[in-house]
Design a protein around this ligand. Structure first.
Ligand SMILES: [Mg+2]
Length: 269
């Protein structure tokens, strides 16, 4: 299909286009909390994924178990200076392990090439800062994935669920109106961002944070377990407002065709 009505799609990075299972941020978050005497679970590291990492660290610290354990270990609950220090420690840790987790997810390269050839512009948003994303971009590009634009929370005065990264992408891409554009991402905060920007939204299940498994772990699961995990992820994303869900980015082309037809028929998100 040649897209006449959708000018652009805006894609998330980890768990959507690169880093199957969104493993890099989880690993880095767990390492800094452990280094501060309060190890966190994978579920705690994943719960608030997708927002700017400083905000995510603050939310983890506000969780009851972490707060109690932190108080037990440090003599008082985590404070804003603690959040700031953890974020400062997080940045180099994340940068170290990022390159290792920045390969495109299977199908992304071919899918994005086809979308570009069909007339779509490709924007991107993330919970990473610019310094972190700049470690990801060349690795993904080397393996064949390059969006036309990328925007980070520190460039626009805040990350998800604020819609400002989408606004900036629209400007960089010359794409409007946003209600004709599509946001695709793997976390509830991705969906909130798209909804707040007035866009169509697609939530990604299998390769993303809500399923939260590496490709090998995923492939080792029996089919009924895979289906159950995808259903849970789809429900969480739908509850966040996702208009559609798909297993991976490569499964979104039919949905884009559907949105194109809906726009042609006068429908809005
Ligand atoms: Mg993500």
């Amino acid at each position: 299909m040649r897209y006449q009505h959708i000018p652009a799609v805006i894609l998330d990075w980890a768990g959507t286009t690169v880093d199957f299972g969104s493993l890099a941020p989880v690993s880095a978050l767990q390492r800094i909390f452990e280094a501060n005497g309060v190890p966190i679970t994978t579920a705690e590291a994943r719960e608030h994924m997708g927002v700017l990492k400083r905000d995510q660290i603050r939310s983890i610290c506000a969780g009851r178990r972490v707060r109690d354990e932190w108080s037990g270990h440090h003599g008082q609950p985590p404070s804003e200076p603690d959040v700031e220090r953890l974020f400062t420690e997080f940045l180099p840790r994340q940068a170290e392990i990022l390159a290792e987790f920045s390969s495109p997810i299977p199908g992304v390269r071919e899918t994005v090439e086809a979308w570009k050839a069909a007339g779509l512009r490709i924007g991107s948003t993330t919970g990473y800062t610019r310094a972190l994303l700049d470690a990801v971009i060349p690795v993904a590009a080397r393996d064949g994935y390059s969006p036309d634009a990328s925007v980070t929370p520190d460039e626009v005065g805040g990350g998800r669920p604020k819609p400002f990264m989408c606004y900036r992408n629209a400007i960089l891409l010359g794409a409007y109106p946003l209600w004709r554009c599509v946001k695709i991402g793997d976390t509830p905060s991705d969906i909130a961002e798209g909804v707040n920007a007035g866009m169509w939204t697609i939530g990604i299940t299998r390769t993303g944070n809500e399923v939260g498994l590496s490709r090998n772990e995923w492939e080792a699961l029996p089919p009924d377990e895979q289906a159950a995990r995808e259903r849970v992820a789809a429900r969480r994303l739908a509850e966040a407002g996702a208009r559609f869900t798909a297993a991976s980015l490569a499964d979104c082309s039919d949905i884009l065709d559907d949105i194109e037809r809906r726009l042609a028929a006068g429908e809005e998100p």
